[in-house]
Design a protein around this ligand. Structure first.
Ligand SMILES: NC(=O)c1ccc[n+]([C@@H]2O[C@H](COP(=O)([O-])OP(=O)(O)OC[C@H]3O[C@@H](n4cnc5c(N)ncnc54)[C@H](OP(=O)(O)O)[C@@H]3O)[C@@H](O)[C@H]2O)c1
Length: 211
């Protein structure tokens, strides 16, 4: 009964369930709970290409790795990529492959896409505007990819991307009393993770309306 409830309550995604700090084994010690959560993790596992994810989206990368995904991460600076690696446990680190590349250099970007450690089934892309050329290259190389584009609150959603099949998660603001504030990196990472696993075509993190 406990096991069945465990599955039922976990299917709508619960961030804390896959938080990198959460112990992997069932707290109750029930072997079936442990087996079921492994089954759930396998079911949800993906090979994910993450672009621009060494900053505010680093927590999102950690959460994906914690649930068993393999990640290819692209950013420019080796230091940033290395710092992200260091935040991941040694045993999980083999599932993170990093690539130093400026996505504005489209030729180098193409080369990097062809050198990924796996064929990604999904992508999370935080690409500063204009993003179309970068996203089009990804879509062209991996036509069936589940591509989630992260956009800022000021992005115009009409024509935000030339490929309508892409999913969008829009960053908004947090609210502190009657004031708006920037979202924290943790809020952004959680929101983008939730958007990714939800499968929704459009998601929003925080509120868009400014006060
Ligand atoms: N509410 C909103 O609308 C909104 C939207 C955006 C940001 N923000 C706020 O602004 C803050 C910082 O934003 P940020 O854009 O600096 O995000 P960030 O996630 O902290 O950094 C940008 C990411 O993109 C990579 N990157 C940038 N240019 C690149 C290029 N040409 N080629 C490859 N990778 C590239 C960076 O790595 P490298 O530098 O190593 O390349 C890094 O991984 C956030 O803390 C957030 O709170 C708010």
């Amino acid at each position: 009964m406990v096991c069945i409830r465990g599955v039922a309550t976990s299917v709508p995604f619960n961030w804390t369930l896959f938080h990198p700090l959460r112990p992997r084994r069932s707290r109750s010690g029930c072997p079936f709970c442990t087996l079921l959560s492994v089954w759930q993790i396998d079911f949800m596992m993906s090979d994910v290409l993450c672009i621009g994810a060494t900053g505010m989206l680093a927590g999102c990368v950690r959460a994906l790795i914690a649930r068993g995904d393999r990640i290819d991460c692209i950013a420019r600076t080796l230091v940033g990529l290395e710092e992200l690696k260091q935040t991941i446990s040694t045993s999980d680190r083999t599932r993170l492959c990093t690539h130093s590349c400026d996505y504005r250099d489209l030729e180098k970007f193409e080369e990097t896409l062809s050198s990924l450690s796996f064929q990604p089934s999904a992508a999370i892309c935080w690409v500063h505007s204009p993003a179309e050329q970068v996203l089009d290259r990804i879509r062209h190389r991996f036509p069936d990819i589940d591509l989630l584009q992260v956009v800022g609150s000021s992005a115009r959603l009409v024509g935000v991307c030339s490929t309508p099949a892409n999913r969008i998660v829009r960053l908004g603001y947090g609210l502190a009393g009657d004031q708006s504030r920037w979202l924290t990196h943790d809020e952004i990472s959680r929101g983008v993770y939730d958007a990714f696993v939800s499968g929704d075509m459009f998601s929003q993190v925080g509120t868009i309306k400014t006060l």
